[in-house]
Ligand binder design. Sequence first.
Ligand code: GLA
Length: 376
Amino acid sequence: MGKYLCFFVASLAVTLYAPAQNQSCSPPPTLKDAYQGCFMVGAALNPAQFTGQDQAEDAIIRAQFNSISPENVLKWEVVHPQPDVYDFALADKYVEFGQRNHMFIIGHNLVWHSQVPPWVFEDDKGTRVNRKVLLQRMRNHIQTVVGRYKGRIAGWDVVNEALDEDGTLRNSPWEKIIGADYIENAFRYAHQADPQALLYYNDYSLENEAKRQGALELVRKLKAKGVPISGVGLQGHTSLAWPSAEQIDTTITEFGKLGVRVMITELDVDVLPSASHTADVAYNAASDPKLNPYPNGLPDAVQQELSQRYSDLFRTYAKHCGLVTRVTFWGVTDKDSWKNNWPVKGRTNYPLLFDRNDRPKPAFDAVIQLALKRGC
Ligand code: GLA
């Protein structure tokens, strides 16, 4: 009888993804528990997940993750759609969800060239504003948004994607109108608004040599000027083949030498044929059935490849426990990943650790096993 009860309790716990309760018949640990001595494990959330509309995912999130990022609700176009209009309805719910569940709450993001309304860069006649006006607008935005969540949002992606692939500064409206020092100004404004918050630079493809060198130089210059930057986010939108473990390892090590922490901030693994050479959200490729080979399920061989890939990625991250302070997935389950619609709309992708029915995939087990083997 005792044996059956134990089995029942263990299965129930696995089903609910609850942390281990009973050592003698312990279910697998959760992600956050497995990596507790190493780094936080986070996920980017959509509104259905933090407003109670998606109970199944809500349960996964509360059991598995100890940090959350907002997929969209803190972007400029959502919180500050018009010059005199701030809308914090969803952002407030996101932060309340994180506080209720005692999570490390991330703000994403303050200054980016995407998902920012055109009015930010124009006057009421549609003419481009000058440096002084744009700095003023940036400052007001940062003070209002960071100030509202002072002491509650623990870390902010202050500047997102300021670099081009060759490592030079992206010619964004921010850079064109303000000049290169828009970056340091954004960090200083954020620090003034919440001196305790950790402040990050966040970008993709920093594992590639040229872009990495540009980012290292940027961080070096910011540090030399005393700009309050605490960390660098490697977005981590990866594929089965790119970037190599060696590229990731070198990237983490090099940023570590500059005295900043490193986070993997938007992790997913694209298993579909490549349709793009960049992670720029502005890019879109045409639809083609050849680019969507697994509409009815992932073949076992690819499932195994994905598990191996995830195991390799976490082995590399865990090599840098303490320097890497957080690994955040960009989404929770395959069904709501942006990767189903970018860079080609309407594909069936499998980039995360939970499947379309909210069940843990073999890749989930691989990530847990890796932690158990390493003794994280
Ligand atoms: C970038 C951004 C994220 C998100 C993803 C795609 O990586 O930083 O906010 O938009 O693209 O969803």
